[in-house]
Design a protein around this ligand. Structure first.
Ligand code: FES
Ligand code: FES
Length: 182
């Protein structure tokens, strides 16, 4: 392959002079989301957030800052919370991805954390809420919900412009024992 000056300027050429793989080429991937497999063909640079919202149609995961600063885009990969705006979709292949749409049971019963947010009125506009709930579930699984101060510290990556923070702490304290029973 002929390496042009334009390739070098774009950074498409390794220091050895060989052409790098082009991340813009469509890549086939299988993403397992909320227990269902989705086959997608995406630009290799597509974020998990854009894959979920724009290509799978799961718009419950919100785009706030798109820069890893607000937590609105939090999803679970396994039991681990991940900022989907900072993750490439293809990095999640082979893992179980959970979004807000995957929490309630098929009969509509809410996950204990969702119910606790409702019970404690832990939102106003609701834009941050999907990310807060996914992050709160992970916070409990991590063992970081032992005290109010610990909850505040480990939920500090999820911003709420409506300042529902005290209610969010109360909701997490309600859901924690129920999650252990479930
Ligand atoms: S949208 Fe991902 S952290 Fe704000
Ligand atoms: S409920 Fe409005 S930003 Fe959190």
């Amino acid at each position: 392959m002929t390496v042009t000056l334009l390739d070098r300027a774009r950074g498409d050429v390794a220091p050895t002079g060989e052409a790098k793989a082009d991340a813009r080429m469509p890549i086939n991937m299988k993403l397992r989301i909320n227990g269902r497999e989705h086959r997608l063909t995406l630009d290799g640079r597509t974020t998990l957030l854009d894959a979920l919202r724009e290509h799978v149609g799961l718009t419950g995961t919100k785009k706030g800052c798109d820069h890893g600063q607000c937590g609105a885009c939090t999803v679970l990969i396994g039991n681990r919370r991940v900022l989907s705006c900072l993750s490439f979709a293809m990095m999640a292949e082979g893992s179980e991805i959970t979004t807000i749409e995957g929490l309630a049971r098929p009969d509509g019963t809410l996950h204990p954390m969702q119910q606790a947010f409702v019970d404690h009125d832990a939102f106003q506009c609701g834009y941050c809420t999907p990310g807060q709930i996914l992050s709160a579930i992970a916070c409990v699984h991590e063992g970081h919900a032992e005290t109010d101060a610990q909850i505040r510290e480990y939920m500090s990556g999820n911003l709420c412009r409506c300042a529902a923070y005290p209610n969010i702490v109360d909701a997490i304290k309600q859901a924690k024992p129920q999650m252990k029973e479930a």
